[in-house]
Design a protein around this ligand. Structure first.
Ligand code: A3P
Length: 306
């Protein structure tokens, strides 16, 4: 059982499950109705790990258009690649989307690896997982929840959010287990699951984009590389560029738990290490202790702490 005090906020948590009800509904529906195809590509993330950014990057990498009239400029990342747990709720939208993106469909998901439908594994489709510095994910989540919180809901101090997160309670369940599920899969099925870091994409965008394209069987041709296509994708999808798009300043994303979220809330600061501006030293130490325990024996420890 989980502490009672979390039950009230946004009505998203029960006291028997670390998952939010909207996520549970989406996961069930995907498990029952989604049939993965071998050519499908999944972008899997824990919320706030950089989904919006990587939707833009993957969509652009898979669809090389003229950069001055690129669909991303008008549609925005969330309309370019839908969340499978959202689109599957409406049979017609799902069918139309499948037809529109043949031969290769791009989906995003926040569903933990262990809860993906069996067809994802058996079809051999590819998954790209984005890992982000764990404290930054938490801080980004808290800011986002504050922004999308309806006014009538009680305030949500960062200390309460921290307490919940540390206990493994969030919309998509325990954060560290989410990471570990995909990390282990990426170790076991190297050619099917690619584990990428948000911070690496920040530091080495060209190297990461080239790796991503190769994994997705869309390696850039030498001519494209010469013409600066890779740099152009990195620029188009960069924080400044994405934030300045009209669709990301005024557009809305319809969330499946019936909260309508403005696109601009998916672009806050886009920085590495913003946790330092939000967490006390004690909080950071407590968080790191949990992270060390959860990730013990994995290379994630070196990635984060060395
Ligand atoms: P911050 O709140 O730390 O700024 P998601 O898309 O998974 O919801 O994640 C949102 C986080 O990714 C936010 O982090 C947001 O600012 C950041 N982000 C969005 N687009 C980005 C981009 N192009 N480059 C870097 N970070 C980006």
């Amino acid at each position: 059982a989980f502490p009672k005090k979390m039950v009230g906020w946004l009505n998203i948590f029960t006291n028997t499950s670390p998952f939010g009800p909207a996520a549970i509904k989406g996961i069930k529906r995907v498990q029952e109705c989604f049939n993965a195809q071998p050519t499908d590509i999944f972008l899997a993330t824990f919320p706030k790990a950089g989904t919006t950014w990587f939707k833009a990057l993957i969509f652009s990498g898979m669809n090389l258009f003229n950069f001055s009239s690129h669909p991303l400029l008008a549609k925005g990342p969330h309309d370019c690649i839908p969340f499978v747990e959202s689109i599957i709720q409406d049979e017609t939208s799902y069918r139309d989307y499948r037809i529109s993106c043949l031969p290769c469909c791009l989906f995003a998901t926040h569903i933990p690896y262990s809860l993906l439908p069996a067809s994802v594994m058996s079809s051999g489709c590819k998954i790209v997982y984005i890992f982000r510095e764990t404290k930054d994910v938490f801080v980004s989540t808290w800011h986002y929840m504050i922004k999308v919180k309806p006014n009538e809901m009680p305030s949500f101090p960062i200390e309460d959010a921290f307490d919940l997160f540390c206990k493994g309670v969030s919309h998509y369940g325990p954060f560290w287990d989410h990471v570990l599920g995909y990390w282990k899969a990426s170790m076991e099925i190297l050619d099917k699951v690619l584990f990428l870091m948000y911070e690496d994409m920040k530091k080495y965008p060209i190297v990461c984009l080239t790796k991503l394209a190769k994994f997705l069987d869309k390696p850039f041709t030498s001519e494209e590389e010469r013409e600066g296509v890779v740099q152009e994708i990195a620029r188009l999808c960069g924080f400044e560029s994405l934030s300045s798009l009209k669709v990301n300043q005024t557009g809305v994303m319809h969330h499946f738990n019936s909260i309508v979220v403005e696109n601009r809330h998916f672009l806050r600061k886009g920085q590495v290490g913003d946790w330092k501006n939000n967490l006390t030293l004690e909080m950071a130490q407590q968080w790191d202790e949990i992270t060390r325990q959860k990730f013990a024996g994995t290379s994630l420890i070196e990635t984060l702490f060395v």
